[in-house]
Design a protein around this ligand. Structure first.
Ligand SMILES: [Zn+2]
Length: 205
């Protein structure tokens, strides 16, 4: 074997060892499990407006949904209603949706502007909703945990400050969304504090 060939093989071996030794942990290693649009049977979106999310805004969906109910069927219905004659939206209004059992569902592309039935402009807002009506029902523990994990992961992924976390009613006088039973966790700082704790773990990776 010529010395050139030997050198070539050595370089290949060395670089492959090097690659493994310095393999980085993927930055989204703490990404929670998210049910994809395909899995819940989403319809294709219509043409949409792009944006860069710079703040996180929490909602409740506003109609009652309990643990025993079929969350995926509900999400399909929300999309159908939103894209129907009532609203004419380009897709489901939220970027992520969280069911009472804590399952997280993929909504519209986070790099597209969400939708609202009230007067605020959702450009720049990453919209995360808890399924249910939190004026009349409680947020379950798994739902709250998933909300915190989703916010923490998304805030890292899209480089959004956890200090930007707020809720729909903070931007609109036309709604009580996200409902008093969820709003209390935003009002007393619980969500922000827990997200920041979780971010420390993510940032460490
Ligand atoms: Zn809302």
């Amino acid at each position: 074997m010529s010395s050139f060939k030997k050198l070539f093989i050595l370089i290949i071996i060395y670089s492959s060892i090097n690659c493994n030794a310095f393999k980085k942990i993927p930055p989204n290693n703490l990404q929670p499990a998210i049910v994809s649009r395909t899995a819940w049977g989403a319809a294709s979106p219509l043409p949409y407006q792009q944006h860069r999310p710079v703040r996180i805004t929490i909602h409740h969906e506003g109609t009652k949904l309990e643990l025993k109910d079929d969350a995926a069927a509900k999400i399909k219905a929300i999309q159908k209603w939103g894209m129907g004659q009532d609203r004419n939206w380009s897709d489901i209004p939220y970027h992520f949706l969280i069911a009472p059992d804590g399952t997280i569902y993929e909504g519209r592309d986070p790099l597209t502007v969400g939708e609202t039935a009230t007067e605020y402009d959702p450009s720049g807002h990453l919209l995360i909703t808890c399924l249910g009506n939190m004026e009349v029902q409680k947020v379950t523990e798994p739902q709250l945990n998933s909300l915190i994990k989703t916010i923490a992961w998304a805030s890292k992924k899209y480089n959004i400050s956890p200090d930007s976390i707020a809720s729909h009613r903070d931007y609109s006088s036309q709604t009580t969304c996200p409902g008093k039973n969820l709003y209390q966790y935003l009002q007393n700082g619980f969500v922000k504090t827990e997200v920041k704790k979780y971010r420390i773990a993510i940032d460490y990776l």
